[in-house]
Structures are given as structure tokens and as C-alpha cells.
Write a protein of this length. Structure first.
Length: 249
């Protein structure tokens, strides 16, 4: 277990519920995303797969988090953390043996991040940290942050706006499992007379595994999209989280 860098376990527990408006300069903000469908672990497993999340062996951060849920943001001091994810125990939360152990998760001051429980391309449960770019966007634009956290190989993601003053089609190719397409953050604009749409394909194919689906975007907002589940079992879907008012450049 990584030791606390700034605080004791007791202080950490009291700091977790702090709202963003109360955050200090040395704090980080964290979302926790449950992206593992129970049916991908077995036909008899609860599809919601409720889990508990224990942090640094000291704080039971989440109890009964269900597939598809995004919890947070939690404001915590910058440092290194160990997230242990176990099957939910309603009587004594966070007491079951961890099925996923994401150790040494480093959170920097002022960082906004997501810790995501998801499946590798080989359908093995894992967890990883992803940075969320919440910097201001150009006037009239929204930011999309795309995460490939599904049990699948590389995918291509096509985004387009077919109508409006500047119709546009953009394609992200070869996005691998565990990768984040945040380098293409400001591709989709909220301006124009039509909502943009997106679809996800196996890399090099034109047979979609998800979509097309429209995106109702607000300018100066960020949208976290997590591809999760498995095309092989029919659980493939996209979890969405909107973060409003990131500001304008």
C-alpha cells in the first residue's frame, strides 16, 4: 500500500465530501466509473454487479456502486492512492476480498481524473486512471473525451455533423483498449442546425458495434464518454457524463 503523502486516514475520510467550490489549490477531483457488466463475468451474475470501493485500505469510498454509474467528483488532496474494488457487501461494506486492485494511482494538484473499472480486450477485469481535460473550449464548442474501456480490440470512432453552416466528418482510427482519445477534444461543435452524431466500429471495418447515436451538446461543456462492455456478449454500450460550464477560451 502506498503511504499517505499529506494526511492521515482520518483526515482523508473527512475531506472526501468537500465540494469543488471548497477545493484547495493542492487538491484533485476524481470520478469513479463502474464499467463492468455482470453478465460479462457469468450468465448467473447480477448484470448490475454492485461493488464497493476501498481507498488506501482505510476509507470505504463507495458502497454498492452499480454498472453504468459515475460517482463523484470527490475532492481529495493530491497524492498516490490505492483503489480496491470488491463485490458489494451490504452488511459490512468494503470487507470482501478485492477483485481489482489499482495501486499507486497518482493524482496531481488541480487534476480532474476518472478511475474506471473496465474489461481488458481479453475480458479480464481491471481499472485505470484517465485524465479529464476541463480547460476552456473555443466559443460555441463542446469537448468530447472518448475512452475505449470495452472488451474489444482497436476501434475506429466516427463523428460527424451532417448539416449546418459547416458540415464536418472526423474519424479517430485505431483507438486501443485502455486508450483515451482526448487529443481530439474539440472536434464537435454545438453550433449549427443539427446535432452531431457518432458511431464506433472495429478498426478497419464499416460494420458498427455502436451507433450511430446523436449527441445533444451544450457549448462550453465537456462530455466524458466511456465505451464499456463486450460486443461478443451484447453488453457493449457507452456511459456518458456531462460536465457543464468549463469556460470559453
Amino acid at each position: 500500500m502506498k503511504p499517505f503523502r499529506f494526511i492521515s486516514a482520518i483526515v482523508f475520510a473527512s475531506m472526501l465530501p468537500i465540494m469543488a467550490s471548497q477545493a484547495r489549490a493542492q487538491d484533485a477531483s476524481v470520478y469513479v466509473v463502474h464499467g463492468i457488466p455482470g453478465h460479462d463475468l457469468g450468465a448467473s451474475v447480477d448484470p448490475a454487479l454492485p461493488v464497493d470501493v476501498l481507498v488506501n485500505n482505510a476509507v470505504c469510498l463507495l458502497k454498492g456502486l452499480r454498472f453504468g454509474e459515475v460517482a463523484g467528483p470527490f475532492t481529495i488532496p493530491a497524492g498516490a492512492y490505492d483503489f480496491k474494488i470488491s463485490l458489494a457487501n451490504t452488511l459490512t461494506p468494503c470487507s470482501n476480498t478485492a477483485v481489482i486492485d489499482a495501486s499507486g494511482v497518482s493524482l496531481a494538484a488541480d487534476e480532474n481524473a476518472s478511475v474506471v473499472a473496465y474489461l481488458t480486450a481479453a475480458s479480464e477485469p481491471t481499472a485505470g486512471k484517465f485524465d479529464n481535460d476541463l480547460s476552456p473550449t473555443p466559443s460555441g464548442q463542446a469537448r468530447l473525451i472518448l475512452h475505449h474501456t470495452a472488451a474489444a480490440g482497436a476501434v475506429d470512432i466516427t463523428l460527424w455533423r451532417p448539416y449546418g453552416p459547416s458540415p464536418r466528418t472526423l474519424k479517430l482510427t485505431g483507438v486501443t483498449n485502455g486508450a483515451q482519445a482526448d487529443a481530439y477534444a474539440t472536434l464537435v461543435s454545438g453550433l449549427g442546425s443539427s446535432e452531431p452524431s457518432y458511431a464506433i466500429y472495429p478498426s478497419g471495418s464499416r460494420s458498427g458495434v455502436f451507433g450511430p447515436e446523436s449527441l445533444d451538446l451544450d457549448p462550453q461543456s465537456a462530455y466524458l464518454l466511456y465505451a464499456v462492455g463486450s460486443p461478443r456478449t451484447g453488453t457493449f454500450t457507452v456511459i456518458k457524463k456531462e460536465i457543464r460550464s468549463v469556460g470559453r477560451q
